[in-house]
Design a protein around this ligand. Structure first.
Ligand SMILES: [Zn+2]
Length: 247
């Protein structure tokens, strides 16, 4: 294949722009923000679950507390009623009086038990509510860290996209001026050779595969016409000759 030496040099500009775009795309997919956002998202989901669990626990305890309160009220009312009957002097039968006194005593015991239970539930609820408040605080902090990381990621992706666009426009312009067969060969090689289709021959070394060319190959390149498109024998990439090629 033949191509004017200037076009071969311009192909290096295209290569540089393509490599810059590749680096930008690589950067876009490997931003540390991606991992950070994933971790924060997982943390947020786990904390939300913990909050729901603690809220359920709290409302269960709330119901338990209300039930104990009702029981305490009922016992108190019954005791009051019994006491009034006792105080009224209307109960004459000694047997009935004795029963009434027994009942008041047992209601007293029941009341003490219920009050202990009530206290215990209240303490449990306090513990759960303190934990819930802590979880909610942590959830809010994780939420704002996530919002902040998302904004940071979006800004970076916006900047990278703008850089890619700028390089792509320049690439289109530079590549547009090149002969189509040269560009087609370059594109084909670039696709099959880790993104590098054209490389400089620098002091006898191919800058594509970084191998030093042997004397036979160097002689062959030295003898080739300037408009001959030469290739590296090792990596098959287009080798572009410059003043520093060492030939
Ligand atoms: Zn090579």
């Amino acid at each position: 294949m033949k191509a004017a030496p200037d076009d071969q040099l311009r192909l290096l500009d295209v290569q540089e722009l393509d490599s810059a775009i590749d680096r930008l795309e690589h950067r876009r997919t490997t931003l540390p923000e991606h991992a950070e956002i994933e971790q924060l998202g997982e943390r947020k989901a786990a904390l939300s679950d913990d909050v729901v669990r603690a809220e359920t626990e709290d409302s269960d305890l709330g119901r338990e507390q209300a039930k104990v309160d009702t029981d305490v009220e009922q016992v108190r009312a019954r005791m009051q009623r019994d006491q009034q009957r006792l105080d009224s002097g209307q109960v004459a039968s000694p047997k009935e009086l004795e029963n009434l006194q027994h009942e008041i005593e047992s209601l007293h015991r029941r009341q003490t038990e219920l009050e202990d239970a009530e206290l215990e539930v209240m303490e449990q609820r306090e513990t759960v509510q303190a934990r819930l408040a802590g979880l909610k605080e942590e959830l809010a902090a994780v939420g704002s860290s996530l919002t902040e990381a998302l904004a940071r990621r979006d800004t970076l992706i916006g900047e990278i996209a703008a850089d890619i666009e700028k390089n792509a426009a320049q690439r289109a312009e530079t590549a547009g001026a090149l002969p189509s067969d040269l560009l087609a060969l370059y594109d084909k090689l670039r696709a099959s050779s880790a993104g590098v289709g054209a490389a400089v021959l620098h002091r006898g070394q191919c800058q594509g595969c970084h191998l030093q060319l042997n004397t036979t190959d160097l002689n062959r390149i030295r003898e080739a016409e300037p408009d001959e498109v030469v290739r590296c024998e090792e990596c098959r990439r287009i080798l572009v000759r410059t003043a520093d090629s060492g030939i």
